[in-house]
Design a protein. Structure first.
Length: 759
């Protein structure tokens, strides 16, 4: 086949109304989870994220309360009912933290007057009081149905009447849209996004007509949420809107699993599982999605003409643009080859023939690739490349996908290295990177390490910033797992046949003595490594423990990490030991292991504040926890895969701080969906990282993931100690299964020179 198959958030506001001495709470916090009443005044509002602090006059004569949370659109005078919980803020006193809010129109004359003065432009407090004094509790009904009667109020002429009616209508549209959208289950923030996207007047009608536009056009609203509302509104189960949205959702889920595209037949199967509709209905939805620009397809190659490949538009254009940019870079003339004996290489930088070839290729070809397994001298070769480039007077830049990989690259070369995201310098105002085709990276020589982690969107952004004539060297292990994000860029670049590749194979003497290194190379060649431990009383770097029962294995892992390994090998449980596992689910998946390891390594304590999230299952973020960022957050400048430790927790503000390799970042409770505990992480997420000690279960329950490159990737993450738990059958199954995880991509084909012009 021609395509590659590789099997709201803000910091806690410094509020201007802060008291120097916060009010002292009297007694324990109330246990009630809902509060209702009339909004008295807005104390603080952040328009960027919808965070609001307000004073509420509670129903039933219960006095006043301070509410804080996502309350965008709430105005003085309206009545609201909110759910959430009480907290004691160390600076601002007792507050009710809002999780959900339902709006109602005011019913009292005082509430109506406040509402008019705060929410309708052109109505001052005095005029609002005059209007309400004249019409009483019928004021809002008069405004809605008999607005001409406002002329009865002294001071309102025809011009003023027209202005007030227009302002009221606009205010009413926004309010009704908020009430409708929150009524179908959207948070105030999401409702505000919908209103900004479609307009206050149009939003309810658009959502009623095609609720699936919420899923396809509003970030944060998924297909399942839109589908529940749509079916409740009697949308036909075979509606083209529904089937089209299901196809888009299925393709988005495939993207989360690393696919750039999917064959139409497979996409239809995935969507059928969502909506249970026949092929004819799915085809109608597919055609509708194509017409609306929600999907793109590629059927230019004769081998896929009968089963076109389907893309999300952003990935379709990212793949095409990446291939076009690389074609331009590859056409740059070669630099004259350096002499066979490169000057200045001595001592620790002596090179074998393969390494010398790689350096010469890097200094001559516009784009080159250096690959090879552990212990074959990639680090030495990269250091030699940098030295040779500097001797030529070239400006050198070094980067890697993760902070840990960048730090290792810097240590190996003695030069500054950074993550790719920080190299490109994201600009929030531009909503893009500062370095781009108009402002390329100022360097002559660029080395990128751990390229197996590079996905299509990031590769597109990176190569767009490279000036033609720059020498680009891509370094990575081609036998590792492909990237977490969509695509298999390193494999595609190797397979296209247009980029010179040097593969290092010689294992150096010091590495040959490591069972981690030799066993990893055996696995890569399809040989089951010897699963025997060092003699009793001696120490080695590779251990295997036979385990079959997942629950007992989980308990054994917790015991190893918390007691046995630190006592026998001297490793620090929280700093040096990393548990890797093939899957997220199951007794030996990341979710269950993180709960067990958190209990063993960082149990609750009076001196360890914590924050509990209402998730399924509930997640507790505790002072000292190890965590991982799971998506790129350009506002916070922290990116997918970065790991850190929680260094401060403030339960009253539902916030905490995480110390990453290169930054300290503050999280509010609404941001925590971007974080996972990282005592145990998936092998996929471990790419680009190395750890002194790795503990890895490989059990029959992981059968769907038992593949050679997965075992190989996990083993090569360990620097000094690797402990494998499982049974021999699982290990043999993984080693013998050389069918890589299937990845659909046309990048290699587009680069091979047979690709048609851009569609």
């Amino acid at each position: 086949m021609p395509f590659h198959r590789r099997t709201f958030s803000s910091k806690s506001p410094q509020l201007p109304f802060a008291r120097r001495t916060p009010p002292q709470a009297s007694g324990p916090l109330p246990t009630e989870t809902s509060v209702s009443g009339e909004v008295q005044r807005i104390v603080f509002a952040n328009p960027d994220n919808g965070y609001v602090v307000l004073k509420l006059k509670r129903d039933g004569g219960k006095g006043e309360a301070v509410l804080a949370g996502s309350l965008s659109g709430v105005q003085p005078g309206v009545c609201i009912e909110v759910t959430g919980h009480w907290t004691d803020h160390p600076q601002f006193g007792r507050q009710f933290q809002v999780e959900q809010c339902h709006l109602q129109l005011p019913t009292t004359t005082s509430g109506i007057a406040k509402f008019l003065a705060s929410s309708v432009p052109g109505i001052s407090t005095k005029l609002a009081n005059d209007i309400v004094k004249h019409f009483g509790d019928q004021t809002l009904e008069i405004l809605e149905k008999e607005s001409w009667r406002l002329r009865e109020v002294h001071g309102i002429g025809s011009g003023k009447l027209k202005q007030l009616v227009e302002a009221w209508q606009k205010s009413a549209d926004t309010r009704e849209a908020q009430i409708f959208l929150q009524g179908i289950g959207l948070t105030p923030n999401l409702a505000e996004k919908v209103i900004q996207k479609f307009g206050a007047r149009s939003a309810p009608e658009i959502v009623r007509k095609n609720p699936y536009r919420l899923a396809t056009e509003i970030e944060g609203v998924g297909f399942l949420t839109a589908d529940r509302f749509a079916l409740s509104q009697n949308i036909a189960p075979d509606s083209p809107f529904r089937c089209g949205a299901a196809l888009v959702y299925a393709l988005d889920q495939a993207q989360q699993d690393g696919q750039v595209c999917l064959p139409q037949s497979r996409l239809f199967l995935e969507a059928e599982n969502l909506v249970a509709q026949p092929v004819e209905a799915l085809q109608n939805g597919y055609d509708e999605a194509l017409r609306n620009g929600l999907l793109r397809e590629e059927k230019a190659h004769p081998e896929i003409a009968d089963d076109p490949l389907c893309y999300l538009p952003q990935l379709y254009y990212a793949e095409i643009q990446l291939s076009e940019i690389l074609n331009i870079l590859l056409k740059a003339p070669k630099t004259p080859s350096p002499p066979q004996s490169l000057p200045g290489f001595s001592g620790n930088l002596r090179l074998n023939a393969e390494q010398l070839q790689a350096v010469q290729c890097a200094l001559s070809a516009p784009v080159s690739i250096l690959t090879g397994g552990p212990g074959v001298g990639k680090t030495t070769t990269v250091a030699a490349m940098v030295k040779a480039a500097l001797l030529r007077g070239w400006t050198v830049k070094l980067a890697a996908p993760t902070g840990r990989a960048a730090r290792r690259l810097s240590e190996a070369t003695g030069q500054s290295a950074t993550t790719i995201h920080r190299l490109l310098q994201y600009n929030p105002k531009l909503k893009g990177f500062s370095f781009n085709p108009e402002s390329p990276l100022p360097c002559k020589f660029l080395i990128l390490d751990e390229v197996s982690m590079l996905d299509v969107p990031l590769a597109r952004s990176l190569f767009r910033a490279v000036r033609p004539g720059t020498h680009v060297v891509l370094v990575g292990d081609k036998d590792q797992l492909p990237s977490v994000g969509p695509g298999a860029v390193l494999h595609d670049l190797i397979s296209c046949g247009r980029i010179p590749v040097t593969e290092l194979k010689q294992i150096y003497r010091q590495s040959a003595g490591s069972r981690i290194i030799t066993s990893a190379h055996e696995v890569n060649r399809g040989i089951v490594p010897q699963l025997v431990n060092p003699p009793k009383g001696t120490r080695g770097d590779f251990y295997f423990y036979s385990c079959d029962d997942p629950q007992r294995t989980s308990e054994f892992i917790a015991s190893l990490v918390s007691r046995s390994i630190p006592q026998f090998f001297g490793f620090n449980s929280l700093e040096d030991i990393q548990v890797l596992t093939p899957m997220r689910k199951g007794e030996c998946g990341t979710t269950a292991l993180n709960q067990a390891l958190q209990e063993a390594l960082n149990p609750p304590s009076p001196d360890k504040p914590e924050l509990t999230l209402n998730s399924d299952p509930p997640r507790i973020f505790r002072l000292g926890d190890r965590v991982m960022q799971t998506k790129n957050n350009y506002e916070k400048q922290v990116f997918n895969g970065e790991m850190g430790r929680i260094i401060e927790v403030n339960p009253s503000t539902k916030s905490f701080q995480v110390l990453f390799d290169q930054a300290k970042v503050e999280y509010q409770s609404g941001d925590c969906g971007q974080l996972l505990h990282a005592y145990a992480i998936t092998i996929h997420k471990s790419q680009g990282s190395e750890f002194p000690c790795v503990v890895m279960p490989l059990l029959p329950q992981h059968y769907m993931m038992l593949q050679r490159n997965l075992l190989y990737t996990g083993m090569t993450r360990a620097k000094k100690l690797f402990i494998l738990l499982g049974n021999e059958y699982s290990v043999k199954t993984a080693v013998r299964n050389d069918t890589p995880m299937q990845r659909y991509s046309l990048l290699g084909w587009r680069l091979s020179g047979t690709c048609p012009p851009r569609l």
